[in-house]
Design a protein. Structure first.
Length: 403
């Protein structure tokens, strides 16, 4: 799942708040919905999308006046939100179709929202180009700066992300600090960042209440990366108690529970989560661990994952290569396929899940040197993750350089 900085709704106002939504679909005379993608591919979505509160009305208004930028942005934003909440990435392409004329007209609101859609599609160069265009006319747009920092962080360009965080700090010191902290979670500075976060959280009034979920999520993630599993579980459970729909936190907590033999609890954490690839993978693993591998739900989920992975391979998509790599590594037990997907994913993004996948796939495939690019990046960026075992890779690398 793509990282989204947990900025508060009060910061992401108006169009910016809507940026976590988006996409457009066409309803015919029937009761079902269809999504028109930019490539003119039509995908039947059934009735799920039209059940989102206010979505159908927003879409009808947009269709009646497609040249109205405000209506297009509102409809696209609501569709993106539906797509994210239901795990239906096809909605993002439809949002871009709705926004296209307004992006072409260089309207910043549409460009910002289109950048969010591009980010969701893992089109990071496209997202950055759009955010650069917004910032060219709105250099102090905190939301655009924050999203640009997000993209650079996901890509592993931490120094560049920190520059945007510095600009944010001059405008919103609290948001700038959390932005900077997010870029440091995998570095040698992470323990210091965690201590500062903890001290701030223990002082009432020091942090805008709307920023608390973001700060607590960072604390939980740092605990995970530092190898403090018990504390990480406690912190993630606190985050989800306040925000049950925090999908990234759900997946990280589920991973910890699976690794510590608490598969039944992992299923509970994921019970209401949308059936994204990441969720289905963890559910299948949990069902297997609890002796339910032969159950109808487990088999159906495994078949769905296999179908989705094959479809991506058939049409050359890499947007979900991380999840496909996990599927091949942990469920299909195909190490070579897992490594291929892990390498394709690493070319796109450099978060902890991407690093861990590449390391594990390289070891499983018996080709530890296939992760050399990751080791090089870790050295360049001062990445220090006690929870990640890279000893096998480091040993193989050491043998290679010996005279």
């Amino acid at each position: 799942m793509i990282r989204v900085f947990r900025a508060p709704a009060r910061l992401l106002t108006g169009v910016a708040a809507a940026a976590l939504l988006a996409l457009a679909f066409l309803t015919g005379g029937r009761g079902d919905a269809q999504i028109l993608l930019p490539e003119t591919v039509v995908a039947d979505l059934g009735g799920a999308a039209v059940t989102a509160p206010g979505l159908a009305a927003a879409l009808r208004a947009q269709r009646a006046a497609p040249d109205d930028p405000a209506l297009s942005v509102e409809a696209a934003a609501m569709l993106i939100d539906t797509g994210r909440n239901t795990g239906n990435a096809r909605l993002v392409g439809a949002a871009l179709a709705v926004l296209q004329p307004h992006v072409a007209a260089r309207r910043p609101e549409a460009q910002f929202l289109a950048a969010k859609a591009r980010q969701y599609q893992h089109d990071f160069p496209g997202a950055l180009a759009l955010l650069d265009a917004v910032l060219a006319v709105r250099p102090d747009d905190v939301n655009a700066l924050l999203n640009r920092a997000t993209v650079h962080t996901v890509k592993g360009d931490l120094a560049i992300a920190q520059q945007d965080c510095g600009r944010i700090a001059a405008l919103r010191p609290d948001v700038g600090f959390l932005c900077q902290a997010t870029t440091l979670t995998m570095t040698a500075d992470a323990p210091r960042v965690a201590q500062t976060l903890l001290e701030i959280l223990q002082q009432p009034g020091r942090v805008d209440p709307a920023l608390l979920p973001w700060a607590r999520s960072l604390l939980a993630e740092i605990a995970l990366l530092q190898g403090d599993t018990a504390q990480a579980i406690i912190l993630f459970e606190q985050v989800l108690a306040d925000d049950p729909g925090a999908q990234r936190d759900q997946l990280m907590l589920a991973d910890l529970l699976l690794e510590t033999g608490q598969a039944a609890r992992a299923l509970t954490v994921l019970q209401a989560a949308p059936e994204t690839d990441g969720v289905l993978i963890r559910r299948v693993l949990a069902w297997r661990a609890t002796g339910q591998a032969d159950g109808q739900d487990a088999q159906a989920a495994a078949e769905t994952l296999a179908m989705r992975a094959q479809r991506s391979l058939d049409i050359g998509l890499v947007a979900h290569a991380r999840e496909e790599g996990l599927y091949y590594l942990l469920i299909a037990k195909n190490a070579s396929a897992a490594l291929e997907r892990a390498q394709a994913n690493w070319a796109l993004q450099h978060e902890f899940d991407d690093l861990r996948l590449l390391v594990r796939a390289a070891v499983a495939a018996g080709d530890p040197t296939a992760a050399n690019a990751a080791l090089d990046w870790m050295a360049q960026q001062r990445i220090v993750i006690p929870a990640l075992d890279i000893s096998a890779l480091a040993a193989a690398r050491g043998q290679m350089v010996k005279p």
